[in-house]
Every structure is written in C-alpha cells, then in structure tokens.
Design a protein around this ligand. Structure first.
Ligand SMILES: O=C(CO)COP(=O)(O)O
Length: 125
C-alpha cells in the first residue's frame, strides 16, 4: 500500500529538506507526496518527484495538511521546523503537530527521526 507522506520545511530548513529528499529519493518515489507550496515546488523542481502542493504555510498550508491528517489521508509528516526563528503562523504549526498527536500520526521534526520513519515504511513494503 502506497504511503502518503507530507513534507514541510521552513525557509532555513529547505536546503536540508532537499538533501534529505535526494538521499531518500528511492523510497520517496514509491510514496504519495504532499507538501506546502514552496517546499513542494523545490522538491518537484530539484528532485523531480511528483508532489501535490497546498498553500504556503503562512497562508494556510499547514492547516490544509492538518485537515488531510484529520481525514486519515496522511501516513507520516516530515516537518523540518526552524527552531531558531519565530514564525508568524506559529499557531498553525502548533495545530499541525497537535493534530498528528490526536490521530497518532508519526511526525518527524528532524532528519534523524525522518530517516527512521522512512526506514520503517520501506521495511513494511
Ligand atoms: O511555513 C511553512 C510551514 O509552517 C512552509 O511553507 P512553504 O513550504 O510554503 O515555505
């Protein structure tokens, strides 16, 4: 069963996200990928993967992905947050993490955890 993975990265984490995606392209190509607008565009353009994009995080994209999680449409979230910069849409970020916990959806906020989550998915296939 194809897993749906949400990919989201704050601006200062986008390079790290791209590196993670390129390193894990062989696994991610077998997943349905969804993302916030800018993160998704970078992944499409630079990694050549198909990504369903939502709005940018500050414009409601985190909430849109949260709604997908609430509807049981997402199997894991990889959310590379910038822990050193305040975000104007902090309440949306908190809500996204909360809805992952409400629905017991794995959420990785750093690449060490993201690698573990992806490895589990690969071994399940
Ligand atoms: O702000 C974000 C997540 O909170 C990410 O949005 P973008 O991918 O559009 O930059």
């Amino acid at each position: 069963m194809r897993k749906t993975v949400a990919l989201i990265a704050h601006d200062r984490k986008k390079e790290e996200m791209l590196t993670f995606v390129l390193e894990n392209k062989d696994s991610l190509v077998h997943c349905n990928l969804i993302a916030t607008a800018t993160t998704g565009r970078i992944i499409q353009e630079k990694a050549g993967l198909d990504v369903t994009t939502y709005l940018s995080g500050p414009l409601g994209g985190d909430q849109q992905i949260g709604a997908q999680i609430a509807c049981q449409q997402v199997d894991a979230v990889i959310f590379l947050r910038d822990p050193l910069t305040a975000q104007p849409h902090e309440p949306d970020i908190t809500a996204l993490l909360r809805i992952c916990d409400v629905h017991n959806i794995p959420v990785a906020t750093n690449t060490a955890t993201a690698n573990l989550v992806l490895r589990c998915f690969t071994s399940e296939d």
